[in-house]
Design a protein around this ligand. Sequence first.
Ligand SMILES: Cc1cc2nc3c(=O)[nH]c(=O)nc-3n(C[C@H](O)[C@H](O)[C@H](O)COP(=O)(O)OP(=O)(O)OC[C@H]3O[C@@H](n4cnc5c(N)ncnc54)[C@H](O)[C@@H]3O)c2cc1C
Length: 487
Amino acid sequence: MYNADVVVIGAGAVGTAIGRELAKYKVRAIVVDKRDDVGGDASKSNSSIICSGADCPPETLESELCRSERLMIERVVKELDVPFRVCGAIMPAITQQQMDALPEIYNDAYRNHVYDVEFVSPKQILEMEPEVNPAVLGGLYIPGDAVIDPFLFVAAQAENAAENGVQFLLNAEVKDIVVENGAVERVETTAGSIKTKYVINAAGLFCDEIAEMAGERDGFVVKPRKGQFFILDKNTPVRISHIIYPIPTPESRGKLLLETVHGNILLGPTAEDLEDKEDHSVTAEELEGVERDCRRLVPNIRVQDAITQYCGLRPNRIPAGYNIGFGKKTKGYFGITGVRSTGVSSSLGVAKYVIWQFRKNGINWERNFDFSPTRKGIVRFSEQTPERKAELIKENPLYGRVICRCETVTEAEIVEAIHRCAGPRTVDAVKRRVRAGMGRCQGGFCAPKVIEILARELHVPAESIEKNLQGSYMLTGKVRNGEETAE
Ligand SMILES: Cc1cc2nc3c(=O)[nH]c(=O)nc-3n(C[C@H](O)[C@H](O)[C@H](O)COP(=O)(O)OP(=O)(O)OC[C@H]3O[C@@H](n4cnc5c(N)ncnc54)[C@H](O)[C@@H]3O)c2cc1C
């Protein structure tokens, strides 16, 4: 039996931000997740945008929390050493109907208190982004929108929270929330029971099921809304430097284009309403739609330079809207639902808002003045000067062993990642921390080496190393019973 003051369910963008915020107080906090890595579900398969709040539903908690994160993010990414770029966004109108929609979008930005949005002429747009469709009639410029490395954003918050005393319990699926005399008593997980006074539901797509366990379902459901993407090779010749948004419709924000913080071009996502919360398939038909729609904005984009496709499932709450607060029936239950399309952009705001709600309810934890907000990122060998590279190899010869040739990731970086707090245990988790396998060959060459390093550093057999999800083993056994091949 574990003991905690607060249990946070879910180690995605929202749960880890709350974990880090809780580390600023003298509370025993445990963040649990059913996966074997922090990073969440939707939090690791999204568009990577930190929006300024301009295009959120006007005058909502969602827009308020996105705007509040935008005020904090530049400090937080410095503290946590996370790649981030304020690139701004352009929303070009290609048809007269789209032009007619612009004033309302502009007004909504004002209603959301984002006042730096500007109307821009076709000439201005083409000066800013020469690859935009030359038929553009005008558009909006949203200077505050930015891109982030969403994997590291979440992992870094988890690491920092763990370094400050928050416990992360992984491979721990919550099966029940035991309520006694109308109050949370304990959380039952596949890794054991946790006695606690408060439970915070940050389970994303599964938050409805967690709410049900606490008797707090209150009629809402969460359905997956799938988004499929292309990622293009860094060398693709058609470049853009801003986020290029389509004009949104009431149904969807549409398919966009951007350059990620690592220099790949991202296209997507789709918006497909599903029933199955485990459907992570990508389909030719939907991806053709991504290409078609993105070409309307940037006609020369080269989808033939795609190095991978992936999808994410938005936790689509019905009825929609951010719903964050204490339960109505069960004392000690706190729910976070409705964080559908903007949960990375709002997670820091959500975490602050959670603490504020606790304070408003008279729960004033003592501050932890020992909290250290900084986390040093793993040195990226490929970004160092030749002199620094030589020094690094001298200090640690593992810097001299390049494991991922596409992204120039060395063995030293992988080993360091594995031994960090809340470190990676699977091949994909290593990929998310240091980018080994993120390049053109998508791990074709480096995955066997990563398996070897994981097995060696974790003192487990190579056959037990998984790709990502539980049971996704990559090796079935040894060829020739492990005997060396005769030379
Ligand atoms: C296609 C797409 C594009 C998007 N683009 C953007 C964007 O550009 N910018 C932006 O801000 N947002 C974007 N979003 C939305 C954003 O990704 C989500 O709002 C956000 O990631 C939600 O974070 P979360 O922590 O609530 O959920 P998740 O990341 O889903 O994490 C929830 C965690 O709960 C765990 N869990 C669930 N059930 C249990 C259980 N029973 N026991 C233990 N653990 C459990 C899961 O394993 C998971 O790790 C996009 C989403 C998608 C899918």
